[in-house]
Design a protein around this ligand. Structure first.
Ligand code: G3P
Length: 295
């Protein structure tokens, strides 16, 4: 875009000058006269041209730098952990690779968390471990109740993201939260059309469930690719949060197709570390070192 602006300005400056001939002492004959009736007269000498071209070049460079910085600001894939288990969250955080946490009512129930006070305390404990966003899902299914519940969740901590299911009332609630500057994660997404709606409503994150699609013989990764294409076509800023990732290759493939975030339990994240050749190689290095040291 900045190249276009730069090009147009340059062309305009050049044509204005060329037509009036103050520098080149060249006056285009009838062809130019016939075409140009409206270009305002600008008398430029070589210093003016050099100065204004330099200014334009400088402005164009600044625009390019700013634009690239913005484009690259989200260029790494974030790792979220998909659990309400505090020990697992701590372990992933200590690995130094954790960018956030996602929970859902099933994951909370798995940890035996129930009752409003316990739920609130648990979300606060999670926010105390990670520096990243923490998705907390509403239980309500009507617009009015979702708004009340979501606003209460958002007040718990600045990093809470209100997780809302992809249903009619949920879509309205996402639109409302986004107008209030409350971050949202649109969950239970299984099609590109649903993801398009979530983006139009202003969701911060969209959660396509890749593992559950694989479970019903539909390629979850194709959905991530489709959503990437759609969002890139129109510059939607909603982040693709690939959810229901169950194994390390889900994570690697998400990175290949350009998911913004992947959320997975601790096991697939730690499994990324593992390679038998790494273990064998290390054992050999240590054995050789010990042998050389005469141990
Ligand atoms: O983030 C959604 C996730 O918790 C669902 O995972 O394995 O139950 O399909 P799964």
């Amino acid at each position: 875009m900045s190249a276009g602006v730069f090009g147009s300005l340059f062309l305009y400056t050049f044509l204005s000058h060329f037509n009036h001939g103050s520098f080149l002492r060249f006056r285009a004959a009838s062809a130019w006269e016939a075409v140009d009736t409206n270009i305002p007269s600008v008398n430029l000498d070589i210093r003016t041209i050099v100065f204004s071209s330099s200014l334009i070049a400088l402005a164009a460079s600044i625009l390019i730098i700013v634009f690239n910085k913005k484009a690259n600001s989200n260029k790494y894939m974030k790792f979220f952990i998909d659990t309400a288990n505090l020990a697992h969250i701590k372990e992933a955080h200590e690995l130094g690779i954790l960018d956030g946490v996602t929970t859902n009512p099933s994951l909370m129930a798995k940890e035996g968390i129930s009752g409003q006070e316990n739920v609130v305390r648990h979300y606060q404990a999670i926010c105390g471990i990670t520096d990243g966003d923490v998705s907390a899902e509403v239980i309500a299914t009507t617009y009015e109740e979702m708004v009340i519940e979501g606003e209460a969740l958002a007040k718990l901590h600045e990093r809470i993201v209100v997780k809302v299911p992809m249903i009619k009332d949920g879509l309205r609630a996402i639109k409302y939260f986004s107008s209030k500057g409350i971050k949202t994660n649109c969950t239970l997404v299984f099609s590109a059309g649903q993801a398009l709606l979530a983006a139009k409503a202003g969701a911060t994150y969209v959660s396509p469930f890749i593992g559950r699609l694989d479970d019903v013989s539909t390629d979850g990764m194709t959905l991530i690719e489709d959503i990437r294409t759609i969002y890139d076509n129109y510059g939607y800023t909603t982040q693709i949060l690939a959810a229901s990732a169950r194994h390390p290759m889900h994570i690697v493939n998400c990175a290949k197709v350009g998911a913004d975030v992947v959320t997975a339990p601790l096991a697939p994240i730690v499994a990324l570390l593992k390679h038998p050749l790494t273990d064998n190689g290390l054992a050999q290095f240590l054995a050789d070192h010990a042998k050389a040291a005469g141990k």
